[in-house]
Write a protein that binds this ligand. Structure first.
Ligand SMILES: [Zn+2]
Ligand SMILES: [Zn+2]
Length: 421
């Protein structure tokens, strides 16, 4: 008898585990610098929480949930996403008392029984945030900025795109759904079987069907932005202006609707062109009615979730040979002490993003340089006895093979800058 892991559920083994740990660690540091605090909810919840929030006619609820009865006959579901359980916890523990604008983040596994393929596991992992307590576009702007900057500068992922749209408030969404239904009825013969059902049950989803004939129909569909009421239109405009001013690139995408019923207002999606058919690495949006719908207070909220498997796939596709190692080479006892101090300052200043090595053997300069080379250091800081007397040091860029003399006081700054942080 040969045991295997369940189809679509994957082991994470070394050396890949180090990439996972690295992302998790960096995400925590970055998120906490924005005032986010971590929340961990159980992986299993009452089924009705997901049906009520995601929507009973959505793909997730009708086809993808791991739902089963426990010994007492209660219907339980392995969480397919993180937002509904967090809103449940928010209401259950009156978390609004902690802070009127609560910023929560989570890292953990989610479960959906889709057909497994590359980049789509049945147990997959997300890094996500929920900001609960603001109705303003400013919260949307900060959430999108943090997500974009974390991907770009902290995870060092390039080439992704942010697609942005607004669904308007509940009323706008209903108004648009009616309009869209009318239009689709006339084009019904062109639609796939699934979309024919969607017209009745989940009409917005017709807009992001991938079947060619449906894409054609969607292209000429009415634009949701034309159904927005004045305040919603104004909010969306302000969000776009803010993002442009803080240099966050986005593409306004009229057919972006998201597959979960709870979204209203801003919605967005991040895609990476190297990932093929499963090109989304994350998505999010506003859900101003969800807290109330689940029995809590009326309170605005916005969040996103990033798929860790997809981010790692995209990172692996981008060739990179960037070393994050700095070596401090020292000559003489006084220099050794200064070397230890400088190394520690660099570690702190880089938020532990850099690996900083010093001589711990009392080795010669030649042998230290060999060690720096072996450890693939990008920079070597050389501290010599004579240089130290005039408060100077030398930075050697190993790839460029150049030596830069520098004031001792500026070494930490210069290393951080040259390492691209
Ligand atoms: Zn509106
Ligand atoms: Zn279709």
């Amino acid at each position: 008898m040969k045991y295997k892991s369940i189809r679509g559920m994957e082991d994470i083994l070394p050396p890949d585990i180090y990439i996972w740990r690295d992302l998790e660690k960096k995400a925590r540091i970055d998120l906490e610098s924005y005032g986010y605090v971590e929340i961990r909810t159980p992986v299993i919840e009452d089924t009705s929480i997901f049906v009520r929030s995601i929507g009973e006619d959505t793909d997730i609820v009708t086809k993808e949930m791991y739902t089963f009865k426990d010994k007492k006959g209660r219907s339980l579901t392995l969480r397919p996403e993180g937002t509904a359980p967090i809103v449940r916890a928010y209401i259950e523990h009156s978390l609004d008392k902690i802070s009127p604008e609560l910023k929560l983040y989570y890292i953990g596994p989610m479960f959906r029984s889709e057909r497994p393929q590359k980049g789509r596991s049945r147990q997959f992992h997300q890094i996500g945030v929920e900001v609960i307590g603001s109705n303003s576009y400013l919260a949307d702007a900060e959430v999108i900025m943090q997500m974009s900057n974390m991907l770009r500068y902290v995870f060092k992922l390039n080439g992704f795109k942010i697609k942005l749209n607004s669904l308007g408030c509940k009323k706008d969404k209903e108004k648009f759904s009616d309009k869209l239904r009318k239009y689709l009825k006339e084009e019904e013969s062109m639609l796939c079987q699934d979309c024919k059902t969607r017209i009745k049950k989940n009409v917005l989803r017709v807009l992001d069907c991938k079947k060619e004939s449906c894409v054609q129909v969607a292209r000429n569909a009415p634009n949701i932005l034309e159904s927005l009421c004045l305040p919603c239109e104004d909010n969306f405009k302000k969000l776009k202006t803010t993002l442009t001013n803080i240099k966050i690139k986005f593409e306004e995408t009229k057919n972006l609707v998201r597959g979960l019923d709870y979204y209203t207002g801003t919605v967005f999606e991040v895609t990476h062109p190297d990932l093929g058919a499963q090109d989304a690495i994350g998505a999010g949006g506003r859900y101003d009615n969800l807290t109330k719908d689940l029995g809590g207070p009326t309170i605005g909220a916005v969040g996103y979730a990033l798929g860790m498997e997809r981010i790692i796939m995209a990172l692996k596709k981008e060739p990179r040979k960037v070393s994050r190692v700095v070596y401090i080479a020292t000559i003489g006892d006084e220099a050794k002490i200064r070397g230890i101090q400088i190394a520690e300052k660099i570690r702190i200043k880089s938020n532990s993003c850099l690996t900083v090595l010093t001589d711990i053997k009392g080795a010669s300069l030649k042998s230290q340089m060999r060690s720096a080379d072996k450890n693939k250091a990008k920079l070597v800081v050389i501290l010599g006895q004579d240089e130290l007397k005039i408060s100077k040091a030398t930075i050697r860029d190993m790839a460029k093979q150049e030596q830069i003399p520098i004031k001792l006081d500026n070494v930490v700054e210069e290393v951080i800058k040259r390492m691209g942080l």
